[in-house]
Design a binder for this molecule. Structure first.
Ligand code: PLP
Length: 419
């Protein structure tokens, strides 16, 4: 076990200054119900550093103008800032070209885009789409909608008692009928990191493209889409310390080229007549209307911030937090951890005997501790474990060992009170 006492040594080793990082997040220094805020709801959304807040302020103070096609200075400056964020995203996930980076509202919209364009065109009656049992609803429902329309089948890879995908079951499910595999890279309710490279390799041996839902992976794991060889990848800015309402769909250019547009409107066209409309080149073909310009710029700033701290160091630090928290809360009798995969991101779901998670969340809130309780938009996972909900603590780059102690003490109190 990595003891809290080793904390200073650890931080020295990986050159990690959590106090400095915390000072960049003004929201963290407030009191909630008279207690210092302990923010452990990072899987739902992360807090924003000053660098991101300043980028938003700077845009609205100094650059606000609509982008593309504007000849005036502000429009050109805003376009430049918007497009330079696209390049930051491209570098961050190591895409081949910036035309493979599409700005969306978030992971949900990115997945819907693929369902409503790629699948609308290529999915036929009797075909299969494969997902897993641990998907977020946003990687279930879009496929159900299109499967229903096309009379195709949604096949589900089951998970084990530890919350790991059963690969042999995937091997049994995939076939010539499979048109797409869409799996979560890291689960938001269990923390499981899936063997996505193996999944992609097997799918490709059947010529089946793979979409990765990287909503939870993006702020914990270094993503390299060329190395992964995934065909699509979706994530949201707000889980990467960036603004809400902005996200990314990465797609391989050869696939994006053959997909029809998602929505019609300004910016996605090349020429419009009443007889016929031709579409703009990538990535604009998929970006109809005025986009979330400030959000895209803020996402670029978030990428700068995260890259500056170093995602590898963040991941290492968060893993030690997870290890410490798991070991510590597991000593509480009456507490059961849900999701015990070998390879996890810093998400810790648990249930307390005979105490509803909502009571746990409400009690902890009065201690200043923000966790999430509920089904986490993964109702099939709850069904699998035969529970209505879990309590979930999820750690980000600014959390500390002391905060985990506060969580532990709160849980201890709850168990005493409810006994
Ligand atoms: N996929 C996973 C694994 C998630 O955790 C979430 C959000 O929690 C989503 C998809 C949906 O993300 P958004 O609501 O930002 O579109």
């Amino acid at each position: 076990m990595l003891l809290k006492e080793n904390n200073t040594e650890l931080k020295r080793q990986i050159n990690y200054n959590v106090e400095k990082i915390r000072s960049d997040f003004p929201i963290l220094s407030q009191l909630v119900h008279g207690k210092p805020l302990v923010y452990l709801d990072n899987a739902a959304t992360t807090q924003k550093p000053l660098h991101v807040l300043h980028s938003l302020e700077n845009y609205y103070y100094k650059q606000n103008a609509n982008i593309h096609r504007g000849v005036h200075a502000l429009s050109q400056e805003a376009t430049e800032a918007f497009e330079s964020s696209r390049i930051k995203v491209k570098k961050f996930i190591n895409a081949l070209g910036k035309n493979e980076i599409i700005f969306t509202k978030g992971t949900t919209e990115s997945i819907n885009l693929v369902a409503q364009t790629y699948c609308r065109k290529f999915l036929k009656e009797g075909d299969d789409i494969i997902i897993s049992e641990m998907e977020h609803h946003s990687n279930i429902v879009p496929w159900q909608l299109i499967c229903e329309e096309k009379k195709a089948n949604l096949k589900v890879i089951p998970i084990s008692e530890t919350g790991e995908l059963i690969f042999e079951e995937f091997e049994k499910l995939i076939s010539e009928k499979t048109k797409l595999v869409s799996v979560v890279y890291a689960s938001n309710s269990l923390g499981t990191v899936n063997p996505v490279k193996e999944i992609i390799n097997l799918a490709h041996s059947y010529n089946v493209p793979v979409l990765l839902d990287a909503a939870q992976a993006v702020n914990h794991l270094e993503l390299d889409v060329q190395e992964l060889d995934c065909d699509f990848l979706a994530f949201s800015g707000h889980k990467l310390y960036g603004p809400t309402g902005i996200g990314i769909l990465y797609g391989k250019v050869n696939l994006l080229e053959i997909m029809p547009p998602y929505q019609g409107g300004g910016d996605m066209i090349s020429k419009v007549t009443f007889k016929q409309t031709t579409y703009n080149e990538l990535p604009h073909k998929f970006e109809a209307g005025t986009p979330n310009i400030a959000g895209a710029i803020g996402l670029g700033a978030a990428i700068d911030y995260v890259s500056n701290v170093g995602l590898d160091r963040i991941a290492y630090y968060e893993n030690t937090l997870l290890e410490y928290a798991t070991d510590k809360i597991s000593t509480l009798s009456g507490l059961r951890v849900i999701g015990t995969a070998k390879n996890k991101i810093s998400v810790l779901s648990f249930v307390l005997d005979n105490i509803h998670p909502h009571d746990v969340g409400t009690f902890l809130d009065f201690e200043g501790v923000a966790i999430r309780t509920g089904h986490h938009c993964t109702q099939p996972v709850m069904d699998k474990f035969k529970i209505p909900a879990t309590s979930r603590a999820s750690f980000g780059m600014y959390n500390t060992f002391d905060e985990i102690d506060i969580l532990y003490n709160g849980l201890k109190k709850i168990l005493e009170v409810f006994k």
